[in-house]
Ligand binder design. Structure first.
Ligand code: ZN
Length: 413
């Protein structure tokens, strides 16, 4: 499906030094440097289109946009693919609850999501792929797993044998007990009888009465969620056959690490015979005023609501990066107000004819980002520059700093 509009990326002077980008690898909790090379491959899990775009979504996509921007500013090519799970149980359940056609609900939310991503200045993926359009790829992937004897049927549903991947469990690095618990909470069916292992993952759901399905060599049905991302990533990213890993970064919110990313990685590893992602990177979740933000509590904050109230999406972006991406963190009106004031202050000072020196400021922002996207440190550097400019220091270029903030942080001043 169509992605959203390309984002303008200002140039940056080649005299700045970009060191290797360190990111926190979820499997070990350690910060790991991406090796310096010409091209990177990043897959980020997209939305299930029924509640776009709440601030948790926004925080996740901003995080991987910062990765994309850093590597792009280094002069590297970033292959970036994102999916949309435009047929799945939660979408169908919401459509039934609201008495709307599931396709109309998905389309309206995807349109909203594209607009929100543009408002947030997220660089669009080269490929933005829906589950429905990927069904032929999913069928191919399942057939590939069948050839490796990694698929079996329960009734007429098809399951992936997780232990056909000898490294199953190594990405999320959780105990069996924790995996069983999270599987049950996050769309798995560990209690279903007939499965060889309670964690085995559904790859093809045989048609259910009243639900959409597609004809296939596997029988009439629809794809499972994990195999969808695996098939899209392996088809649309130029997988690195000569490297140790198929792709560089698998990203998403931290509630996707298990089972979703573990399953996708296991399936890809069985299909291709090598480890899937170099790094599994996860963004923290966003709460509201001390509580978890969730559908069930009904306290989701949507970007489009804030924008319709007149809030500048750049202030939302600034507020969301004011704490570290990997932490679960709280949204509040105070946090937004602080960001609005900071943005106003930056804009006002950037319009002065004389500003404090900017070269070292830009380099410090780059250095902060290279250290696992340390945006709080980057913003601290900018606040120091504001103080210096207000105190009358001169010798900088507002244009240089403004372009760097736009390019590296995605905030148009
Ligand atoms: Zn995914």
């Amino acid at each position: 499906m169509n992605s959203w509009a390309q984002v303008y990326l200002p140039p940056i002077d080649s005299s700045f030094n970009f060191s290797a980008l360190y990111l926190k690898h979820s499997s070990t909790g350690q910060n790991v440097a991406l090796p310096i090379k010409d091209e990177y491959r990043m897959y980020v899990c997209g939305i299930t289109p029924y509640d776009a775009t709440h601030l948790g979504h926004a925080a996740t996509y901003i995080t991987f946009d910062l990765v994309n921007r850093y590597l792009t500013a280094m002069g590297k090519k970033v292959h970036f693919v994102e999916n949309v799970t435009d047929v799945d149980d939660p979408l169908l359940e919401r459509a039934t609850r609201d008495g709307v056609d599931w396709k109309d609900l998905a389309q309206s939310q995807i349109d909203l999501f594209r607009g929100d991503m543009s408002d947030l200045h997220i660089i669009p993926p080269q490929y933005f792929i829906g589950a429905v359009e990927a069904i032929p790829l999913v069928i191919d992937a399942i057939q590939g797993l069948q050839k490796k004897n990694a698929v079996y049927a329960v009734d007429e549903d098809l399951y992936f044998t997780v232990h056909s991947d000898l490294k199953f469990g190594s990405r999320a690095n959780l105990s069996q007990e924790e995996m069983l618990k999270l599987s049950a909470e996050r769309g798995g069916d560990p209690a279903r009888s007939g499965k060889h292992d309670p964690l085995d993952a559904l790859v093809w759901l045989h048609e259910r009465a009243g639900e959409p399905s597609w004809p296939s060599i596997l029988g009439q049905g629809r794809p499972g969620w994990h195999i969808e991302c695996c098939a899209i990533a392996l088809s649309y990213l130029p997988v690195a056959h000569k490297e140790e890993f198929l792709i560089d970064i698998q990203g998403g919110g931290n509630d996707l690490l298990f089972p979703h990313h573990e399953m996708g990685a296991a399936q890809a590893t069985v299909l291709k015979g090598k480890e899937y992602a170099r790094l599994y990177v996860h963004a923290g979740l966003i709460g509201l005023d001390g509580e978890k933000m969730s559908k069930s509590l009904g306290n989701l904050v949507f970007l489009s609501t804030l924008v319709s109230e007149g809030v500048d999406p750049m202030a939302v972006r600034l507020a969301l990066i004011s704490e570290h991406y990997s932490l679960d963190r709280m949204w509040s009106h105070e946090r937004l107000d602080t960001a609005i004031q900071f943005l106003d202050r930056l804009r006002l000072l950037m319009s002065r004819p004389e500003v404090a020196p900017t070269k070292t400021v830009v380099q410090k922002v780059i250095d902060a980002l290279s250290n696992n996207l340390d945006t709080p440190r980057a913003l601290e550097v900018l606040r120091e520059w504001c103080d210096e400019t207000e105190s009358g220091m001169t010798g900088g270029s507002a244009g240089e700093l403004s372009r760097a903030i736009d390019l590296l942080l995605g905030i148009a001043i």
